[in-house]
Write a protein that binds this ligand. Structure first.
Ligand SMILES: [Zn+2]
Length: 336
């Protein structure tokens, strides 16, 4: 059963905390990135965590978030089946406006964990919203991730840069009062939080938050968003300070776009009609001497290139996260 629930994911995070490695949480919105990831993670013997954001669900559903979420979740669960690793699904940045979808995801076990992001609300409102989702998920085997950092939109007034960082005391109070399983913290990475602003990265803050949680008997793994721009040594430092989940969205989007751009630039002559040939897409150039080359315009041609490149980059990122060879999957589990 390669798609696995939050109980097993909790176990995986526990091991990550004890052995100082992390999970990259990889966003998907279509099959090519997913297939590249599955190939890489199976080869590296590492469990795979993929994420579905509301925006990805809306895209995959042709504008219908609900059907897109169900379709992407089913795609992951079906494709994961033959791979000898655990594959986990996290719902990324779901908000209080999507409580119906969250409820459906819990009821139908569409994910292993769900992030409820109420970080833009006041502290008390964030506590109230997060706690309600934690209570709804109780007993389902689905973990709940929440986010805390006095984050305002880029245009909003921010009293001081200090307000952009998660406060360790508030973090402990927040986890205690909400019962959240994972906590996303703000230490100055460039994601929503600090876009367009130069906020200093404070890696030590992760360690202070982890220590403050531990002093309060709390073991919630810490999550870092917006990690695509981090250097490998910064990633390793963060993991050493207790970060167990690093969100990767932008990185694979670039790999996708870059691979497609290079592929189409190299094969443009098989796809674009040359000078003097009438542009006749409607009739697919049936009347002229020139015909486009199916070997290059078939979406599967570029798709295979994208899958291979994602696999290559994922293997490098698994190296950074340190989770190669650490899958919890054992062949026997299939028969249990
Ligand atoms: Zn995020």
């Amino acid at each position: 059963m390669p798609f696995s629930d939050g109980v097993r994911l909790q176990e995986a995070y526990g091991r990550a905390q004890a052995e100082r490695f992390a999970f990259m949480a990889n966003n998907i919105a279509e099959p090519n990135i997913l297939i590249g990831l599955l190939e890489a993670y199976a080869e590296a013997r590492s469990d795979l965590l993929v994420q579905i954001s509301p925006g990805a669900a809306k895209f995959a559903g042709g504008g219908d978030k609900r059907s897109g979420l169900r379709a992407l979740s089913a795609l992951v669960r079906e494709l994961a089946e033959p791979y000898p690793i655990h594959v986990f699904i996290n719902l990324d940045h779901f908000t209080a406006g999507e409580t119906d979808l969250i409820g459906e995801a819990i009821a139908d076990r569409l994910a292993s964990s769900i992030m409820i992001d109420a970080s833009k609300e006041t502290f008390e409102e964030n506590v109230r919203i997060t706690r309600a989702v934690v209570e709804e998920a109780r007993g389902s085997g689905i973990l709940i991730e929440a986010e805390l950092g006095k984050i305002r939109g880029v245009e909003d007034e921010i009293a001081s840069d200090e307000a952009l960082y998660t406060d360790p005391d508030e973090a402990a109070e927040f986890v205690r009062r909400t019962g959240a399983d994972l906590l996303a913290i703000s230490v100055g990475t460039q994601h929503g939080v600090s876009k367009g602003r130069d906020v200093a990265l404070r890696v030590d803050l992760a360690a202070r938050i982890r220590d403050r949680l531990a002093e309060n008997g709390l073991t919630a793994p810490l999550v870092l968003h917006g990690t695509s721009g981090l250097l490998p040594e910064q990633v390793r430092e963060m993991i050493g300070y207790g970060i167990c989940k690093l969100n990767k969205d932008t990185h694979y989007q670039y790999v996708y776009g870059r691979t497609a751009a290079e592929f189409y630039a190299a094969h443009a002559e098989g796809i674009l009609p040359p000078d003097g040939v009438e542009d006749d897409v409607v009739n697919l150039f049936a009347q002229g001497d020139w015909s486009p080359d199916k070997k290059t315009f078939d979406p599967r041609a570029v798709g295979r290139e994208i899958q291979a490149k994602v696999r290559e980059i994922a293997l490098a990122l698994i190296e950074q996260a340190g989770n190669g060879g650490r899958t919890l999957w054992q062949p026997k589990e299939d028969t249990v």
